[in-house]
Design a protein around this ligand. Structure first.
Ligand SMILES: [Zn+2]
Length: 419
């Protein structure tokens, strides 16, 4: 039972607790041991859970129901607007528009893998735009500095030297192999984090990231052809073109790890770089399914938490004002903040003042300070279970828009019902 998982985790320090979501959801237990072992510079502890992690369907996060709920409700953000264009293919990093730390996006394909041209058909640019736009909404217009050229995302294509099977054989350490191959190909500029959309397979994880200082590295990766559970694909490229999807969150999640989040000094840090306080958190890992919708739930761990001496995204050199300037004010002085609602299960959420009627319309901007009341409405005798995010409990919820807020509403099927 205690199979290869433990031996695999006794690699050198450059090997990563790669997980991704993988990491979160199911490899969590392994993650714990992996991360802690590395931090102590020791061999990694092993336990029965660790084994299970390898053998079970890993991505609870991606359970069918969760994925469907996520897809049904996360399609909030139009992906590519009409003015976006995509640069032609480049196999090198084009001249940078900005100096300093930034995220450089890549489309990388194993030596024997099919080239789906996701760098030039807009898919990868859409995925990046999806998570960056979400970040803007969470932070009032801040995001990660992205490597761009002529105003467009600079995506580099790289044909990797190993076969799909060779990478896949690395199990949860595919990321480490990609990183070493990209370094050898010259992708190692100081201050750059490379986000690799890897068009290859894995049955061990949907992606991976570094986690300095325990695991120093410059590559975050998602494995686009990876599968979880009964063979469900981790990433379906066409979905990013329709708007924010869970794998876009995963890409951001891995970049966050590679920037050093969540640091061990954060109060809810758990399982090697994650937080435990809400499954809606971008960096959650734990036993519940992952429903990412909030950047640092409670703002007490890694964003605007202001814990002395503790890494905070608000102070990260990779983070700053990145949203294009708003159009000139039209006589409306006060700022608008976005309220984002997610409905999980059969039900609806309505707002007063009007604006939200989720799942049809799940986000709206309200002027600063507005008190918005949200009401759950069951459909077909479903039952409202509870709020999470900016609200809690199971009664009516009132949110004050002193900053962007996110709320999730969970409904349950009527007893004996079926979907
Ligand atoms: Zn993670």
């Amino acid at each position: 039972m205690n199979r290869s998982a433990s031996s695999r985790r006794t690699k050198t320090a450059i090997e990563s607790p790669s997980g991704l979501m993988g990491d979160s959801e199911t490899s969590t237990t392994a993650w714990t041991s992996t991360g802690e072992g590395r931090r102590r510079g020791q061999e990694v502890s092993r336990g029965p859970e660790e084994t299970d992690q390898v053998q079970q369907p890993r991505f609870r996060l991606f359970s069918k129901a969760a994925a469907l709920a996520a897809l049904a409700t996360l399609v909030i953000t139009p992906a590519l607007d009409a003015t976006s264009t995509v640069l032609p293919r480049s196999v090198s990093d084009r001249p940078d528009e900005r100096s300093g730390p930034q995220i450089h996006v890549m489309y990388v394909v194993p030596s024997d893998g099919a080239d789906r041209a996701l760098d030039t058909d807009g898919t990868i640019a859409a995925s990046v735009k999806n998570w960056q736009t979400w970040l803007h909404g969470q932070t009032a217009g801040h995001g990660l500095f992205l490597d761009a050229y002529q105003g467009e995302l600079d995506v580099t294509f790289d044909r990797l030297p190993r076969t799909d099977a060779q990478y896949a054989s690395r199990g949860v350490f595919i990321r480490d192999a990609i990183e070493s191959d990209l370094r050898a190909a010259g992708f190692s500029a100081p201050g750059k984090i490379y986000l690799a959309y890897y068009d290859g397979s894995s049955t061990a994880a949907c992606g991976g990231g570094a986690w300095p200082p325990a695991l120093v590295g410059n590559v975050a990766a998602i494995y686009m052809r990876a599968t979880y559970g009964q063979g469900s694909l981790c990433y379906t490229p066409s979905l990013s073109l329709n708007g924010l999807q869970i794998m876009d969150f995963a890409a951001l999640h891995e970049v966050m790890h590679t920037m050093g989040f969540v640091p061990t000094c954060a109060p809810h840090q758990t399982r090697a770089g994650h937080v435990s306080d809400s499954p809606t958190d971008l960096m959650y890992a734990g036993d519940q399914p992952w429903y990412p919708s909030v950047l640092d739930f409670g703002r007490d761990d890694y964003f605007d938490a202001h814990i002395p001496g503790c890494l905070d995204l608000a102070n990260s050199p990779y983070f700053g004002a990145t949203q294009s300037p708003a159009p000139p004010p039209s006589g409306k002085p006060s700022a608008n903040y976005r309220l984002t609602v997610k409905v999980v299960g059969p039900g609806r959420v309505l707002s007063a003042p009007a604006g939200i009627a989720c799942p049809r319309r799940c986000a709206a901007a309200f002027s600063k300070g507005t008190k918005v009341t949200l009401r759950p409405r069951s459909v077909k005798r479903s039952r409202f279970v509870r709020w999470s995010g900016a609200c809690s409990g199971s009664k009516r919820c009132t949110v004050v828009l002193s900053r962007p807020r996110s709320v999730s509403a969970r409904f349950r099927e009527p007893a004996g019902g079926s979907m």
